[in-house]
Design a binder for this molecule. Structure first.
Ligand SMILES: Cc1cc2nc3c(=O)[nH]c(=O)nc-3n(C[C@H](O)[C@H](O)[C@H](O)COP(=O)(O)OP(=O)(O)OC[C@H]3O[C@@H](n4cnc5c(N)ncnc54)[C@H](O)[C@@H]3O)c2cc1C
Length: 445
């Protein structure tokens, strides 16, 4: 296997890793790569759409999934599919939507790989209806740190399976994933957008309408305070039964790193006000292609460059429903009064807990906020961590780069079970990542 020096970053560009990377094309190359790993450790890397250091292994080795990107099997009757780890949601959309199938769960970007979806047990706008990606995985084929290949499923090696779903790549290199695609009757959804005046109204709307809808997601104006705290727009959507004529929008790209000062309190406030009033009446209904509904941010390539060379963090937590209103009020207040303005803030509900030992979802409200990496942002993140912990919530590892090891251990009660699996399959610590070191995932010391 050939190794090349490479610099990898998370999507937020707050963390960078200099490592040796291999691009296996066949599974035997992946086996060779694992067998060549040394004390610096090795980690799978997908499309780099995790925001922080989940996919990074500074000073170590990275096995890139991009050439392991074949669709291995598809059953037209049942919808069951088997893919290699580097297949992306975009690949699935392009090949299967015209045939009436969609991935059962999809994150907000189609550039993510299926291995990344497993390793972070990702959730979509339909979490209340269908759960997270791990709920749909029938089995995975995993290259263990020992070089052995095993199949893990809820029936076969169930503990290894539970450690791999949401296991941030630490159980080995995924070689194949089997899950059912969902049958759909058209290429589009019927979308309803409602302007919501404050947090109480937002939570009511999420409860009364969001929970019943197939898809729901809310945008929050994170700079609004006082009586308008928590105002925003709730989107709910249902699959349509007939195709719409798709107007393919031209994809644009951010060509350069924007100067950091462009995103400031005033520009973000102006953007948020315009966005909040983007339609005239209180509500708007329209039909939208799945691609535009599921992946709105993909229309602007390299949008992370808008935050400048210093990059940004994304904070995402989930808090149980009972604590929701109070916790969200504290979280939004902290974001608003911090110095880190953010145009992107998302509020939605999550349904059942994930099947992985480190799966993020629990029933509750999840809030995600982009925070430019300016002075004081680490203090703000520490404050948000404390509020989340106080209210029985947890922070999403796919987005994280600042959570403390102590906070992590309190938030993820199945960490002991996860550690027990690692101790069994990887006693020498061959799989390694910056996040695992930071959070002292392996042994807590
Ligand atoms: C615009 C945007 C919107 C997003 N929206 C959502 C959302 O709605 N819901 C959500 O849950 N997430 C969301 N995310 C986060 C994203 O879906 C996850 O971080 C996902 O894991 C990224 O996949 P990736 O292919 O980029 O993997 P990477 O980020 O490269 O890696 C993620 C993890 O997968 C592991 N991995 C990669 N390849 C392998 C392999 N072959 N074997 C074993 N492990 C491997 C890595 O080690 C790492 O731990 C969003 C991200 C962006 C940028």
């Amino acid at each position: 296997m050939t190794w090349k020096d490479m610099e990898l970053t998370g999507w937020g560009r707050s963390h960078h890793a200099t490592c040796q990377a291999a691009r296996p094309e066949r599974r035997r190359d992946a086996v060779a790569a694992i067998s060549q790993s040394d004390a610096t450790g090795v980690l799978g890397f997908g499309a780099g759409r995790s925001y922080g250091d989940t996919g990074l292994n500074d000073g170590g080795r990275a096995v890139l999934s991009e050439r392991l990107n074949r669709i291995l099997a598809f059953d037209q009757t049942s919808g069951e599919i088997v893919v290699e780890p580097g297949v992306t949601f975009r690949d699935l959309l392009e090949v299967f939507l015209p045939r009436g199938f969609l991935a059962p769960v999809s994150p907000g970007t189609a550039f993510a790989t299926i291995a990344g979806a497993v390793a972070n047990d990702v959730h979509g706008k339909n979490h209340e209806a269908v759960g997270s990606f791990g709920h749909h995985v029938r089995w995975v084929e995993l290259l263990l740190p020992s070089g052995d290949i095993v199949r893990a499923s809820p029936e076969e090696h169930p503990d290894l399976f539970a450690a791999t779903i949401g296991g941030i790549g630490l159980t080995g290199i995924l070689l194949a994933i089997c899950f059912p695609m969902t049958r759909v009757s058209s290429n589009a959804v019927a979308l309803r957008e409602q302007r919501v005046r404050d947090l109480d109204a937002f939570l009511d709307a999420l409860k009364n309408e969001g929970e019943k809808a197939h898809y729901s997601v809310g945008w929050i104006d994170a700079l609004a305070g006082g009586r308008s705290l928590g105002r925003g727009i709730l989107e709910t959507a249902e699959p349509l039964n007939e195709d719409i004529a798709e107007r393919r929008k031209k994809t644009r790209a951010v060509p350069v790193d924007c100067p950091g000062f462009l995103l400031n309190r005033w520009s973000v406030r102006a953007f948020n006000t315009l966005y909040y009033r983007r339609f005239v009446r209180r509500e708007r209904r329209r039909r939208l292609a799945y691609e535009q509904f599921l992946y709105p941010l993909d229309a602007l390539l390299d949008w992370n460059r808008l935050y400048g060379v210093r990059g940004f963090h994304q904070f995402q937590c989930v808090v149980p429903f009972e604590a929701g209103a109070t916790a969200l009020r504290h979280l939004l207040d902290a974001v608003r009064t911090g110095r880190n303005a953010s145009p992107l803030a998302v509020l939605k509900t999550l349904g059942k807990a994930g099947v992985g030992h480190l799966s993020f979802p629990i029933p509750g409200y999840t809030l995600a906020v982009d925070l430019p990496r300016k002075q004081g942002v680490e203090n703000l993140l520490a404050k948000l961590e404390a509020i989340t912990l106080d209210h029985g919530g947890r922070i999403y590892l796919a987005k994280d780069s600042c959570l403390s090891a102590e906070g992590f251990a309190k938030m993820y009660p199945k960490l002991g079970q996860f550690r027990a699996v690692l101790a069994e399959i990887d006693p020498d610590g061959r799989m390694a990542s910056d996040m695992a070191r930071r959070l002292r995932i392996r042994d807590g010391s």
